[in-house]
Design a protein around this ligand. Sequence first.
Ligand code: ADP
Ligand code: ZN
Ligand code: MG
Length: 483
Amino acid sequence: MTALLEKYEPVIGLEVHVQLLTQSKAFCGCSTRFGAPPNSQTCPVCLGLPGALPVLNRRAVELGVKASLALNCEVRGVSGFARKNYFYPDLPKGYQISQYDQPLAEHGWIDIREGGAPKRIGITRLHLEDDAGKSVHDGFGDSAKRSYVDLNRSGTPLAEIVTEPDMRGSNEAHEFLTRLKEILLYLEVSDCNMEEGSLRCDANVSVRLRGAEKLGTKAEVKNLNSFRFLKQALDYEIDRQIAVLESGGTIHQETRLWNTAEQRTIGMRSKEQAHDYRYFPEPDLAPLVVGDAWREEIRATIPELPEARRARFIASYGMTEYNAGVLTSSKAIAHYFEEAAKSSGDARAAANWVMGDVLGQLNTAGKTIEASPVSAPALGELLKLQSSGAISGKIAKHVFLKMFETGRGAREIVDSESLAQISDTAALEKIVAEVIAASPKQVEQYKGGKTTVIGFLVGQVMKATRGQANPAAVNELLRKALE
Ligand code: ADP
Ligand code: ZN
Ligand code: MG
């Protein structure tokens, strides 16, 4: 298909649903906690019982506004809720409360970087809505199958973020979703847990001849519940559409499902149009007013965002773009690094240690940085011991592993294991003399002009001191003794 990708250009727009991190649901007081026994977190409102009235959750609005502002959107002073009608067993009201012609926010963007120059991806809108419940399908014995409905999720607040059709390949879509998720996590507006469905992504895909202005007919691909599936499904769908067009066929506007097992998209239904939903204004909710003062109050709670933090790390610590990317990949990692840099007084060493040993050990142990047995100040203490020459680099690695295993402090481990570096000249001179006496062959080689053999002799001294000798001091003492 590579040759055909020179002929056709893919066009992609994403629709992303994120669950907002509120304690209670969008229009009632029920808990939003994940994993509770089925139907234990429900009330007349989220069960859709007749006569129950919704009351808007203020926190959900705040989180929606916070996300909108961080995504460079204009927030409407007055937005409105509408009923989006459709039938589904896990939608007891028979409609979702959503926003239609007056969304909370519009006209935003995110800058992505995919293979070089930055590229701006437009965000059409961000609107609020409530989630449906969940249908759970279960096999019983080897014959009957049953379906259950769990309404714990019913009424959970969502933000739907819709992009412009600005992406031109699966890599850009992947990059966009990565950046979006990163921003939402920094904002703490959602936990973005894809396995638990807190971040869900549908992809709209079309292809057109390169140079053509008019967009091709799109298909909407659903069920993309991981970054990997998003990329695989897009690549498959792009190839499929090109193949259809190349064989003289036409693309039909439809909804398709990504089938992970078969590694292909499968047509599900022809796409419903807006009028199929019979949108009308929600009569039970007043217009949503977000005044300037409230909006600015919310803006003030936005932390430094990943892109700004990357730029600052590059400028103030002189690190590479790659390192800045790793060290800002989560707010917790960035915070950890800065704490360790501050307490050790050596940002370069802190960066190397966090990216190497710390993230490596956490990865092996399957732990997040929040749960690191070695805190940032504790790492800082270790780095200070190393930079002051109290312990060697090799011993520092050993001490770090001990700290990670036991949670004990660097100083404590160094003292209890007598690991302090030996810089004491008298003590070292004695060991140097012993090594020289025990290595007549190497000494002869050295004197014969093969000075590189000093490496061997340094190694012997390090071995004799279990890595505790100060290598620079050993080097100097050896040279002196040999000359
Ligand atoms: P619909 O009315 O079918 O919901 P919208 O115009 O609201 O379509 O767009 C929904 C999503 O599809 C947006 O993310 C938009 O960027 C994307 N989109 C629209 N047209 C195309 C197209 N021709 N190819 C790819 N994506 C598209
Ligand atoms: Zn409820
Ligand atoms: Mg639409």
